[in-house]
Design a protein around this ligand. Sequence first.
Ligand code: IPE
Ligand code: IPE
Ligand code: MG
Length: 258
Amino acid sequence: MLAAVPAGSAEEALLGRVDFARLPRHIAIIMDGNGRWAGSRHLPRVEGHRAGIESVRAAVETSARLGVQVLTLYAFSVENWKRPDTEVSALMGLLKRYLRLELNSLLRNDIRFHVIGERDRLSREVCRELEQAEVRTAGNTGMIFNIALSYGGRAEIVEAARRLIRDGVTADAVDESAFASRLYTAGQPDPDLLIRTSGEMRVSNFLLWQIAYAEIWVTDALWPDFRARHLLEAIVDYQRRDRRYGAIASPPVEVGKA
Ligand code: IPE
Ligand code: IPE
Ligand code: MG
């Protein structure tokens, strides 16, 4: 990682402050603000989505190099189907383009690609490309990169309930782990850190079950402006937090006492 940042840069200074023993295991990002980024430049919204690809690349490569176990990017929500057809098809086109351009880099960085969301609502062509990327990266053992597409947190919870019933789980056997093992993120640690760009203070139906105790970090930066520096800032800030999980604050360490 250190080799990839320029000497004397803000990234290098931030990296020096990261405690690698306490990295968030799972980082989830709500990539927001593409439309506003384009609007402020008098460009069509799709140009904001296109520019956001560079930010995806930065988030994926930086997380993998740092040693984060799971990165989940919110790319398209179930609610985003309400957008005009032209915008939806432009987004799907950019997704295909991203996969074609980045598959080799995912392979090189030992990243496992995984789609979460309602796949059956995506076009057959998009599904096929996504599946190919999943199959080709399935043997990788490094970071898991979940991409949330046609994803909704409530829909995921409803689907988990259906799976419990289909699996014949009895009411007494339904517990949190039975539920979690039927979510799209089964087997993965829950997000420790949830990032949202463009200053919006809401979760917009993202990973509702999994973010129960995530630390939230919001930046005013719009997604197309998001770079490694922002991710490192979020991690440094996360590491300053006291995660209490409902218990009392950890007592301050008393110097000089055994
Ligand atoms: C995020 O940017 C990308 C998606 C939700 C697909 P937006 O398109 O929501 O951009 P804003 O929020 O309108 O600026
Ligand atoms: C959330 O962004 C969804 C994604 C980033 C894919 P939106 O722009 O759709 O969310 P709202 O409408 O501001 O809540
Ligand atoms: Mg938005």
